[in-house]
Design a protein around this ligand. Structure first.
Ligand code: G3P
Length: 225
C-alpha cells in the first residue's frame, strides 16, 4: 500500500520500560506492521542507545529524541548530531518539553539538521512559542501543552483552541510548516479531532506504549481518518 506523507503519527518512545531495549525493537516491528496494514505514515523516536538495532530491524522513519548543539571533540556524555546521522535516522525531535533548549541551541540544531539532511520536528508548549518557532523554519512544529502530557487527557479535546490558534499563528509566518499536536492523544477520536483542528499529524507516547496491545492501539488510532 502506498503511504501518504501526511497525516503522520510520530511515536515518542521516551524512556518507558515498554519501549526500551528489546521491547523497543518489538514495538518498532508492531509500528511497521500497523503502518503497512493501514497505509498511514508512522514514525518512531526511540532512545539514542536503541537506534542502531531498530534501524537494522525496520523500514519506517526513525527519529532521535534529541541532539546536542556540539561539534566533534570533548563533550563527554553528549550526543553528536553527526553520530546520530550515521545511525541512519530520518530526523530528530528538538526542544521536547522533557528536554528544553535555549533559543540559540534551537536555532543551531535546526540549522545542523538541514546541513545533515535530517527532518526537524521542533516541539513547542503554547501558541506564542509556536509562532516564535516558525521563524526557525523547521520541517514540522509539534505543539504539546506540558500540563496534558502523559495524562490521557487529549489536547485535541481539552484545548482545541490551542491547536487551532497554533496552526493559525504558524501559518501567518510560514504556510508551509505542517503542525502536529500531542499530549494525551490515544484514541481514534482524539486523532480525528486533531486533524479537524488543522493538525497534520500527532506526536504521542503513553497511550500507545502503555497499551495492552500496542499494535492494535495504533490501528485504532488511525481508524477514523
Ligand atoms: O512527545 C509526545 C508526548 O510528550 C506526549 O506524551 O504520553 O501524553 O502521549 P503522551
Amino acid at each position: 500500500m502506498t503511504k501518504k506523507e501526511t497525516p503522520i503519527i510520530i511515536l515518542n518512545y521516551k524512556t518507558y520500560a515498554e519501549s526500551t531495549g528489546k521491547n523497543a525493537v518489538t514495538l518498532s516491528q508492531y509500528v511497521q506492521e500497523a503502518s503497512d496494514e493501514t497505509g498511514v505514515n508512522m514514525a518512531i523516536a526511540p532512545q539514542a542507545v536503541d537506534l542502531y538495532p531498530i534501524i537494522e530491524a525496520v523500514d519506517i522513519p526513525v527519529y532521535s529524541q534529541h541532539m546536542d548543539n556540539i561539534t566533534p571533540g570533548g563533550h563527554t556524555g553528549s550526543t553528536l548530531p553527526e553520530a546520530l546521522k550515521e545511525t541512519g535516522i530520518t530526523g530528530t525531535l528538538i526542544n521536547h518539553s522533557e528536554q528544553r533548549l535555549t533559543l540559540a541551541d534551537i536555532d543551531a540544531i535546526v540549522e545542523k539538521s538541514k546541513q545533515l539532511n535530517l527532518t526537524s520536528v521542533l516541539c513547542t508548549n503554547n501558541v506564542k512559542t509556536s509562532a516564535a518557532a516558525a521563524s526557525f523554519n523547521p520541517d514540522y512544529i509539534a505543539i504539546e501543552p506540558p500540563e496534558l502530557i502523559g495524562t490521557g487527557i487529549p489536547v485535541s479535546k481539552a484545548s482545541p483552541e490551542v491547536v487551532e490558534k497554533t496552526v493559525e499563528e504558524i501559518h501567518k509566518i510560514n504556510n508551509n510548516i505542517p503542525v502536529l499536536c500531542g499530549a494525551g492523544i490515544s484514541t481514534g477520536e482524539d486523532m480525528k479531532a486533531a486533524l479537524e483542528l488543522g493538525a497534520e499529524g500527532v506526536l504521542l507516547a503513553s497511550g500507545i506504549i502503555k497499551a495492552d496491545d500496542q499494535k492494535q492501539a495504533l490501528i485504532d488510532l488511525v481508524s477514523l481518518i
